[in-house]
Design a protein. Structure first.
Length: 319
C-alpha cells in the first residue's frame, strides 16, 4: 500500500476528574513533523504541557492547539499556533455581552480561586465590565473539589445581582445551578467555553435560560451536514466543541502545507500566518506576532433546557 505524502500525529487526551491528561510521546516520534494537539487546560506549570511546548520548539515542529485558551501556551514559542481565542478575550466578551447586549449593570462572580482559566476570565471580565459602568456586587470563590456552594450563593443572593458570571467548567456549572435553584435564585448565569457541553442537558431544568460563550455555534445550520456525518459515524454521538475546532485546525494545516509547497517544517510554520481559511468557527487568520487568531468573535448561546438544545443568541467581537 502506498504511503500518504504527509503524515500527521494526532495527540489524543482524556479527561480524568475534570483534568485534561495528555498522552506521553517518545522523542523518536519527533521525526514526524506535524502535530495537531487537543485540550490545553492544564496549568501552565504542568510538566507534560511544558515539556510538550519545549519539544515542539526544540525540534522545530509546528503545532496547532485546538482549545488551549491559556495565553501562555503559544507565548514565546515560534512553532506553536492556535485556532481558539484566549482566556482574557473570553472575559472581555462576557462583559460586553452582559453590559451591552443584556443591558445589565450589576453582576456577581463565582469562580475557582486556584484555577488559571477562571482567573484569566474573571480579571478581564471585571476590568471591562467596570469600564462600561457596571458594578460587581459580589465576588465569591471556592476551591477545586468543593461540592457545597450554599455559603457563596447565599451571599450572592443577598447582593441582588442581575446575573452571575461563572468562569468555570461544566461539572461545577451544573452543581452550582442546582443549588442556586434550591435556594430560590432564578438568575441566569454566563459561563465560558469550559461550560459548553451536551452534559449540561442532564440538568436541563436547572441550567435553562443561562448562557455559554463559545468559539463556534453548536446549532448553526451551516454545520448540520458535519454534525450528521459525525453522528452517523459515532453511533449517534453529538459533536462537542473540540470536534469543531479540530476540523478547523486541520483546514488551517492543509492550507499552510499548500502555501508552503513542501513538507519543510519551517516553511509550514511561516505559512500559518500567511493563510486564511473558512472553518466551522468562521474565518481564521493567525497573527504572526502572537500566533492567536485575529479578530475572532465569540458566539453566545442560550441554554434551552426544555428542548435540550442551545439557541443562538449573538456574536460579540473580541476587541
Amino acid at each position: 500500500m502506498a504511503r500518504a505524502r504527509y503524515q500527521v500525529l494526532v495527540i489524543p487526551y482524556c479527561i480524568t476528574d475534570g483534568q485534561v491528561r495528555f498522552c506521553a510521546f517518545r522523542r523518536k516520534d519527533l521525526d514526524i513533523w506535524q502535530f495537531i494537539a487537543g485540550g490545553g487546560e492544564d496549568e501552565d506549570a504542568s510538566i507534560i504541557e511544558s515539556a510538550r511546548r519545549e519539544a515542539f520548539e526544540e525540534a522545530g515542529i509546528p503545532a496547532i492547539g485546538v482549545t488551549c485558551t491559556n495565553p501562555n501556551v503559544t507565548a514565546g514559542n515560534d512553532y506553536y499556533f492556535r485556532v481558539c481565542f484566549i482566556d482574557p478575550v473570553q472575559g472581555r466578551i462576557a462583559a460586553s455581552f452582559i453590559a451591552d447586549y443584556l443591558g445589565y449593570d450589576k453582576a456577581a462572580i463565582l469562580y475557582d480561586v486556584n484555577d488559571d482559566y477562571a482567573l484569566g476570565l474573571k480579571d478581564n471580565f471585571v476590568k471591562v465590565f467596570e469600564s462600561k459602568g457596571g458594578t460587581i456586587v459580589a465576588e465569591e470563590g471556592y476551591t477545586a473539589g468543593d461540592t457545597d456552594f450554599t455559603a457563596q450563593l447565599t451571599k450572592i443572593k443577598e447582593a441582588q445581582p442581575q446575573i452571575i458570571f461563572t468562569p468555570i467548567f461544566y461539572q461545577d456549572f451544573i452543581m452550582i445551578h442546582k443549588q442556586a435553584r434550591t435556594l430560590g435564585i432564578d438568575l441566569a448565569m454566563v459561563g465560558g467555553d469550559g461550560c459548553a457541553s451536551e452534559v449540561l442537558f442532564d440538568a436541563a431544568d436547572a441550567v435553562d435560560g443561562s448562557y455559554v460563550i463559545n468559539h463556534v455555534s453548536l446549532v448553526d445550520p451551516a454545520g448540520d451536514a458535519f454534525r450528521k456525518e459525525y453522528a452517523e459515524k459515532y453511533n449517534g454521538a453529538k459533536m462537542e466543541l473540540n470536534g469543531y475546532m479540530a476540523h478547523d485546525a486541520f483546514l488551517l494545516w492543509c492550507a499552510a502545507v499548500e502555501k508552503a509547497g513542501s513538507d519543510d517544517p519551517q516553511a509550514i510554520a511561516d505559512a500559518y500566518s500567511q493563510v486564511e481559511v473558512e472553518g466551522m468557527a468562521g474565518k481564521i487568520k493567525i497573527s504572526a506576532e502572537d500566533h492567536n487568531p485575529v479578530g475572532k468573535s465569540g458566539c453566545v448561546e442560550r441554554i434551552d433546557g426544555k428542548n435540550k438544545t442551545y439557541v443562538f443568541e449573538t456574536y460579540i467581537a473580541a476587541d
